[in-house]
Design a protein around this ligand. Structure first.
Ligand SMILES: [Zn+2]
Length: 286
């Protein structure tokens, strides 16, 4: 029996109210003929996950194939924009085309929490899983990314640092709360976006643990993952994350192979201004 069949079987078995015995159903049919258009016993459970293929978790030391796309700014740039701005920006039109492309090819967006549970606790994932992540909390992530994701039925993971929230160019708490309520995944990116490796351990720990606490208090959801500011980390920083209760962290290292024993150095795929759909396709598992 496949995992998918087991999951479906479990859902049916857990729903006795929706699946009365045939005898009971006949009585119902006679008593209330108007309500018989759909036989209850054959109705699919509405809470069933995608009843097709599932990805089973990798064994220890093996890698899960789960791309994590990485975006920062979503904006149109002037023709003379420098290389740095082009590296960290994607035009809204191109972002929309990339989401179209992913949705049409059957990718299923998952959250960092789902990926972490998959790697740590063997929780199954839908087929063709992908994480779409955004760093820093720029205002376009609410104005452009959020509606585009919703239109495509996709979920985004937003790594926000907390000090600039409610300030110019960044999202507000109200916007983040709206996104979280709509199913978007919000995760940590420290308080002030410091260079964690060169900070004194106490100060680095404060950046890590307080950003988690602030987000959890304001959003009412567990914060389990962090994106390293500037992609900078070392073993001491990873130890601080573990002490603060984080379960995973993402870097700027390229790739889509996520190892179960390297939860604090997950890889990502950066999308930039001049990337085409072909570039996106080449960076994803075939
Ligand atoms: Zn950042």
């Amino acid at each position: 029996m496949t995992v998918a069949m087991l999951a479906l079987a479990a859902c049916v078995a857990d729903a006795p109210v929706l699946a009365p015995t045939p005898g009971v159903q006949i009585v119902q049919v006679i008593a209330t003929p108007v309500a018989t258009q759909t036989p209850t016993a054959t109705r699919l459970p509405t809470t069933a996950p995608t009843p097709t293929a599932f990805v089973t978790a990798p064994a220890t030391g093996q890698a899960a194939i789960v791309p994590i796309l990485m975006y920062h700014h979503l904006a149109d740039l002037p023709g003379d924009a420098g290389e740095l701005r082009q590296t960290w920006t994607v035009a809204p039109r191109n972002f929309n085309a990339q989401m179209d492309w992913l949705a049409q090819r059957g990718f299923h967006t998952i959250t960092l929490a789902q990926l972490t549970a998959h790697l740590k606790r063997q929780q199954p994932l839908p087929a063709k899983p992908i994480v779409i992540s955004f760093d820093d909390g720029w205002e376009e992530q609410y104005a452009v990314a959020f509606p585009t994701l919703k239109r495509h039925n996709l979920i985004g993971t937003f790594f926000v640092y907390t000090n600039p929230i409610d300030h110019a160019q960044f999202m507000t708490w109200a916007q983040l709360q709206e996104m979280a309520a709509a199913g978007m995944d919000i995760q940590a990116h420290t308080l002030s976006h410091p260079h964690l490796r060169t900070l004194a351990p106490d100060a680095a720990y404060k950046e890590i643990v307080e950003s988690k606490a602030i987000l959890e208090k304001r959003l009412g959801k567990p914060i389990i993952a962090l994106a390293y500011p500037f992609g900078e980390y070392n073993n001491a920083v990873i130890d601080l994350l573990k002490r603060a209760g984080f379960e995973s962290a993402v870097t700027l290292a390229a790739g889509y192979r996520q190892r179960a024993d390297e939860l604090f150095t997950l890889h990502r795929i950066r999308m930039s201004y001049n990337d085409t759909l072909d570039d996106l396709a080449k960076r994803l598992p075939q």
